[in-house]
Structure formats: structure tokens, C-alpha cells
Design a protein around this ligand. Structure first.
Ligand code: B1M
Length: 219
């Protein structure tokens, strides 16, 4: 495959997501995968840039919530084809991680990417979904035995739920049983330090490396 056709497949997928064309996004994904493009390249070069562009259009008033919703739906049509390839077949050897988007926050695209890479990176993942209250994270540690709790937030308002979740883990007496990692567009290392999290990652691959480090693995 030449560079031009690779670039055009990526561009078609990116545009289909921005335009909210789910069927076209799925078809472009299938074509790109059949042409030998790496699943991670589709995520990094088409899906994430497409959502960044949708966010930019939202910020400047060209897109409203319905346009964001259809773009997200189109992205998920593509993600459904890519995720099984990212997740791979690695045995769950490094530990158990319970991950969710915090209470009040419905954004789950980034969290789903983190889930896929953690699964492919050797973790057993309990995916708690979106809008997850602190007590559900507590139960994931106390009942399900999670070694790591992963918190995702995309809104500056819901970031505060990360702190509430760390506090709930402390109050339930299980904070010492699990490491807490945080991420999401507005989250920073400084914020992670402030709320007493054990780590911060600014992308899905970094989240896997961080989780491995926290479980005492170097690779
Ligand atoms: Co919303 N939204 N949204 N939205 N949305 C943002 C976040 C926003 C920045 C858009 C903007 O104004 N430019 C803005 C937040 C502003 C702020 O808080 N300062 C915003 C807003 C305002 C809202 C609403 C309030 C809009 C409204 O209703 N008026 C509303 C809130 C709903 C709610 O949650 N209660 C809302 C709704 C929505 C939709 C439902 C329409 C849709 C979400 C669909 C879905 O997820 N199922 C949506 C979308 C799509 C976006 C944007 C455009 C894209 C988010 C995304 O998926 N990015 C977003 C603008 C933007 O971010 N550019 C925006 C792609 C994704 C791969 O990246 O999630 O950052 P991200 O994940 C990355 C890293 O952050 C990291 O790894 C991922 C992969 O590399 N990461 C982790 C994420 N979690 C991690 C956890 C970890 C480690 C790393 O460890 C545990």
C-alpha cells in the first residue's frame, strides 16, 4: 500500500466520525484494517483527532450536543471493530483493575480505549462503565478484590468526584488495599497529587505502563 492511499483511508475514517456517519465509519475501518493498517494507528491518527475536531467545533459554536452525540456514535461503530484487536489475547497476569468514568460524567470513549489497552496489556479489567458513584468503586475493591482503581473524568466539574472517590475508599477502610490511578482530558499530575491518587496518565498507553509500574512490573 502506498502512503497516499494509507493517508486517504485515515482521512475518510476521520471525516466520517466528524460527520457522524456511523455506517461509513465502520466501512472505512473495515477497509483500513483489511488494507493492513494497524488498529492503534486508526485510533491515534483518525479517531482521537476526529473527536478533538468535534470538540473544537463545539467550542466555537459550529457543533451542538446532537452533533457531538452522532460523532461519538460513529466513533463507537469504528471502535467496536478495533477494540477486540487492541485487547489482544494477553493472559490476565499483572492484576485486576476496576475502571470507570466518575459520577455525573457520561464521557466513556477515552475510558473504553484505556480498558482495551489494559486488557491487551495483561490486566483483568472490571469495566464499571460511566457515571459510576464512589460506593461502586469501593465495592470493586472490598468485594471484587481490585488491585487498582482507575478513574476517568472529562469535565472540570466531575473531576471533583475523583477526590470524593478517594475519600470514600479511605472511609471504607480499603484505600490501602488498592492503588488509585486517574486520567482524562482536564486531569493533571498536580491534581492527582492533590487528591492523593497514586498515579496519573495522560493517554491509554501511559495508563498501561503506569498500572504495570504500580504492580511492580517494569515492562
Ligand atoms: Co462533552 N465535553 N459534554 N460530550 N465532549 C468535552 C469534554 C468538552 C471539553 C467539549 C468542549 O467544550 N470543548 C467539554 C468540557 C468542558 C469542561 O469541563 N471544561 C464538554 C461538555 C461541556 C459537555 C456537556 C456538559 C455538554 C452539554 O450538555 N452542554 C455534556 C456533559 C455530559 C455529562 O457527561 N454529564 C457533554 C456531553 C458529551 C457527549 C455525550 C455528547 C459526548 C460523549 C459521548 C461518549 O463519551 N459516549 C461528548 C464528547 C464526545 C466530547 C468531546 C468532543 C470528545 C471527548 C472524547 O471522547 N475524546 C470533548 C472535547 C475533547 O475532549 N476534545 C468534550 C477522545 C478520547 C479518546 O479522549 O476522553 O481525553 P479522552 O481520553 C484519553 C485521555 O484523556 C486518557 O486516555 C484516553 C485515550 O488516550 N484517559 C485516561 C481518559 N481516561 C483515562 C483514565 C486513566 C488514564 C488515562 O486512568 C484511569
Amino acid at each position: 500500500m502506498n502512503a497516499e492511499s494509507t493517508g486517504s483511508l485515515i482521512a475518510v475514517l476521520r471525516q466520517a466520525v466528524i460527520d457522524g456517519q456511523a455506517k461509513e465509519a465502520a466501512a472505512a475501518t473495515e477497509r483500513a484494517l483489511a488494507a493492513g493498517l494497524a488498529p492503534r494507528a486508526l485510533v491515534d491518527e483518525a479517531l482521537i483527532p476526529a473527536m478533538d475536531e468535534a470538540g473544537r467545533l463545539f467550542e466555537c459554536g459550529e457543533f451542538f450536543v446532537p452533533e457531538l452525540l452522532v460523532a461519538a456514535r460513529a466513533l463507537k461503530a469504528s471502535q467496536a471493530l478495533i477494540t477486540p484487536l487492541l485487547a489482544g489475547s494477553a493472559a490476565a497476569a499483572f492484576g485486576r483493575i476496576a475502571i470507570g468514568t466518575v459520577k455525573g460524567d457520561m464521557h466513556d470513549i477515552g475510558k473504553n480505549l484505556v480498558v482495551a489497552l489494559l486488557q491487551g496489556g495483561g490486566f483483568e479489567v472490571i469495566d464499571l462503565g460511566a457515571d459510576v458513584p464512589p460506593e461502586r468503586f469501593v465495592a470493586a475493591v472490598a468485594v471484587d478484590g481490585a488491585d487498582i482503581v482507575g478513574l476517568s473524568a472529562l469535565l472540570t466539574t466531575t473531576m471533583l468526584q475523583m477526590k470524593a472517590t478517594v475519600q470514600a475508599l479511605e472511609q471504607a477502610g480499603v484505600r490501602g488495599s488498592a492503588k488509585v490511578i486517574v486520567g482524562g482530558a482536564p486531569v493533571t499530575q498536580r491534581f492527582a497529587d492533590e487528591i492523593g491518587a497514586d498515579g496519573f496518565a495522560d493517554n491509554a498507553a501511559a495508563a498501561v505502563a503506569l498500572a504495570r509500574r504500580l504492580m511492580g512490573r517494569t515492562a
